[in-house]
Design a protein around this ligand. Structure first.
Ligand code: NDP
Length: 452
């Protein structure tokens, strides 16, 4: 019988922490989880879920615009941001309740308060000291605030999700996942949106053909892209918030979103004092492939480890940890093939190597592409196109990467990810019968390599 209060204490009740705790409890462990904020973490409370609800709201703009082509006549639609934010808040409260019930049903003790390591087996929560054989750090991440003068005039994604007064002009700083998604959302809701970023195209690291098509689609939707813009200073003037760049350009807006990356949440956890090593440049907790930190009984999963800052990855890491320690199925998560979606408008779905990364890794590649106007757009009179690309290893015929932009790309990539994770070859896709009429059928109908 263990002399500790619990077998596991998890610090942080977000996606990774909750998944790990529930799985550990299901395997018979005595588990407590502490949380100083709302249960559910970034994904449920201030990330994926509320963002997706706002994206749905924003997409009505397309439906209203397209409807007359299909015979509908509508009055002038009106939008009220405060109503949407109220409905969104109600839904996140409902989901938080579900998370609490799930912990309860799993017999995981919820300790409300910030957890802090006292030593390798002790966590203090609200002045109480609790001991456990294992400790799991799952505290997630937070918006980064690079040293830009006046950046406090901007809101981060947390602030934007609670904004009830719609800005007429929104300036988004950064063109990563968050910047691109919110730019599309607020443009759809009727704001004039500018995205300013230091690179030449949005979404650094994504396949180049996806990036160029995204830039075209955003511009066609009325979003201004200010590339090569390195923000140095923000100031409040009578005309609005003025953002200055190193190159001497300025952009004025009513609200500014700072979407300049996220950093691991490691402050105030007593990590260094307990001997938990962190990466000096990123601040992330250093872990082995099985999520163990430099202290043998302390583990860490999710964004705080900065491996891939994605909810399903945190969940997978949390479950693998629980099964390895409290079950008899030790395993590590394979981070080499992760499908992901960017909820831009139109959305992006991607898995595996970009064409550039495949070539850089020494593969000889054959590229297959489909570039078409979706059937739905024809009667609507919408010019927007969809694009799909398969990056195939010429020698083995294995699909190394798939990159899609167009309606439902996030849904399609999930299904395709199964095949690619199983090691699908291009021949496997070729012998798959198409589902007609869909956009997804193009994935199995690409016959001619680019340039042939
Ligand atoms: P990203 O890393 O995706 O993008 C950050 C952006 O900020 C980039 O344009 C980057 O430019 C820029 N940037 C960073 N630092 C500076 C700086 N000092 N000065 C100027 N520009 C800077 O971060 P996000 O905040 O958008 O998202 C964080 C993570 O959250 C994502 O990586 C993703 O893992 C996750 N996420 C996932 C979502 C999904 O699955 N749909 C949705 C939202 C978030 P550059 O490229 O030049 O470095």
């Amino acid at each position: 019988m263990s002399t500790y209060d619990y077998d596991l204490i998890t610090i942080g009740a977000g996606s990774g922490g909750v998944a790990a705790s529930r799985r550990a409890a299901a395997l018979g462990a005595r588990v407590a989880i502490c949380e100083g904020d709302r249960v559910g973490g970034t994904c449920v409370i201030r990330g994926c879920v509320p963002k997706k609800l706002m994206m749905y709201a924003s997409q009505f703009a397309d439906a209203f615009e397209d409807a007359p082509g299909y015979g509908w006549s509508l009055g002038a639609p009106e939008f009220d941001l405060a109503t949407l934010i109220g409905a969104k808040n109600k839904e996140t409260e409902r989901l938080e309740g579900i998370y609490r019930t799930m912990l309860d049903n799993a017999r995981v003790t919820l300790l409300e308060g910030n957890g802090c390591l006292v030593d390798a087996h002790t966590v203090s929560v609200g002045g109480r000291h609790i001991t456990a054989e294992y400790i799991l750090i799952a505290t997630g991440g937070k918006p980064s605030h690079p040293p830009i003068e006046g950046l406090e005039l901007a809101v981060d994604s947390n602030g934007l999700l609670d904004m009830t007064e719609q800005p007429r002009r929104l300036l988004v700083l950064g063109a990563g996942y968050i910047g691109i998604e919110f730019a599309g959302i607020f443009a759809g809701l009727g704001s004039e949106v500018t995205v300013a970023y230091r690179g030449d195209l949005p979404l650094r690291g994504f396949d180049h053909d996806i990036r160029t098509r995204l830039a075209t689609a955003m511009t066609d939707r009325g979003i201004t892209l200010a590339d090569g813009f390195s923000t140095t200073r923000l100031e409040k003037t009578n005309a609005g918030i003025v953002c200055h760049s190193k190159e001497g350009r300025t952009i004025t807006a009513d609200a500014v979103l700072s979407a300049l990356g996220r950093s691991p949440n490691t402050d105030g956890l007593g990590l260094a004092e307990a001997g938990v090593r962190m990466d000096p440049s990123s601040g992330a907790i250093e872990v082995t492939p099985d999520s163990r930190t430099s202290v043998a009984n302390i583990y860490a999963v999710g964004d705080v480890t900065d491996r891939a800052a994605l909810t399903p990855v945190a969940i997978a890491e949390g479950r693998a940890f629980a099964e390895s320690i409290f079950g008899d199925t030790p395993r590590v998560v394979d981070h080499s093939l992760i499908a992901t979606a960017v909820f831009s408008q139109p959305p992006i779905g991607t898995i595996g190597l970009s064409e550039e990364a495949a070539r850089a890794a020494g593969h000889e590649v054959t590229v297959f592409e489909a570039d078409f106007r979706p059937m739905k757009h024809v009667l609507a009179g919408r010019a927007e196109r969809a694009y799909m690309k398969l990056v195939v290893d010429t020698e083995s015929d294995k699909v190394l990467g798939a990159h899609l932009i167009g309606a439902d790309s996030g849904e399609m990539i999930q299904a395709l990810a199964v095949a690619i994770t199983m090691g699908a070859t291009k021949a496997d896709l070729d012998r798959t019968i198409a589902v007609h009429p869909t956009a997804a059928e193009e994935l199995v109908l690409m016959r001619t390599p680019r340039g042939a």
